[in-house]
Design a protein around this ligand. Structure first.
Ligand code: MN9
Ligand code: PYR
Length: 308
């Protein structure tokens, strides 16, 4: 898939649908693609990331999912970014070659998080070995220190990165350090990079400092509302943009207090879309009935500015 457009706007971090007995449920993806486009107005996806339980899948499953998304997304989605990060460098390289072969529009890599890189050079060395396996595919670094424990500041990491990784195309930034994020944008203003924010509950703050888009789990089911926030911000109608951020924040604040992770995201998506996402894979366990009832009541109680 040769990207016709620059990566901008919302990117849904896809959930991996599973059958009740825990196998990946590929036939559901066709319907999932159509749902994102028609109901959420979201035309970019980030496959096999955190929300997709990418690191809990085996290589074969990851390849099958990537293929299915690229294939079902053909002529429908704008970008299919495949996360190919793994603890094992050769596995990550194999996934990168595979993503290139199937025509993914980008690849992303998370920092290895058991043996961790201790400085910028070690991390770049790892990323470079993966990126070079897919020399024609845009490469994104996936920064998510709350999960990886790798806290190397991105602003430092990016210093000189293009020389080492010519395909470097941007960052998916899932951290609350907006100084680091702002410095990335500021220092690379002249380059055609994509800085995508990944903490959905504070996307508006990231837009204010120049985020080009966002990758997140909530755009699966709150994509349409978040797109209205982006439109209001662009107008600019900041009062309206804030209303949307406050309301999506109201939902997230509520579920975070109940305990909110990928298992709960699967349950919420099943509830909202009607597409069966199935259970998560261990060590994650299914959301409780109580969680689902409360989350649904909360969602139903929100009065959106566009009132539907
Ligand atoms: C830790 C995690 O999964 N972060 C996601 C993306 O990076 C976000 O999309 C969150 O799920 C979202 O902001 C809700 O907290
Ligand atoms: C949220 C996100 O981007 C991910 O699930 O990887």
């Amino acid at each position: 898939m040769t990207p016709r457009k620059k990566l901008r706007g919302l990117v849904a971090a896809t959930i991996t649908p599973m059958t009740p007995d825990g196998q990946i449920n590929l036939p559901v993806i066709r319907q999932y693609v159509d749902y994102l486009i028609s109901k959420q107005n979201v035309k970019n996806v980030f496959v096999n990331g955190t929300t997709g339980e990418g690191l809990s899948l085996n290589i074969q499953e990851r390849k099958q999912l990537a293929e299915e998304w690229v294939c079902q997304g053909k002529d429908k989605l704008d970008h299919v970014i495949v996360h190919v990060g793994a603890l094992s460098l050769p596995e990550s390289q194999e996934l990168a070659r595979h993503a290139a072969a199937i025509g993914a529009s980008g690849i992303a890599v998370i920092a290895p998080f058991l043996f961790k890189p201790t400085n910028k050079d070690e991390l770049i060395a790892f990323l470079q070995k993966v990126a070079s396996e897919a020399p024609a595919v845009p490469f994104y670094y996936y920064h998510i220190p709350p999960l990886t424990g790798v806290k190397i500041r991105v602003e430092e990491l990016l210093d000189g990165i293009k020389e080492r990784i010519p395909t470097f195309q941007g960052v998916k930034f899932s951290d609350r350090d907006l100084l680091d994020f702002a410095q990335c944008i500021h220092k690379h203003e002249r380059e055609q990079l994509a800085f995508l924010y990944g903490v959905d509950e504070q996307l508006l703050s990231a837009l204010a400092i120049g985020a080009h888009g966002a990758v997140g789990s909530t755009y699966n089911y709150l994509g349409r509302k978040t797109n209205l926030m982006l439109e209001a911000f662009a107008k600019p109608d900041l009062a309206l943009a804030r209303k949307y951020q406050f309301l999506t924040g109201d939902f997230l604040n509520f579920v975070i207090k109940l305990g909110f992770g990928v298992a709960q995201t699967k349950a919420v998506m099943t509830l909202v879309s009607g597409i069966p996402m199935g259970p998560p894979r261990l060590p994650l366990v299914d959301a409780s009935e109580e969680f689902i009832v409360k989350a649904k009541a909360k969602l139903d109680s929100i009065v959106w500015p566009d009132s539907d």
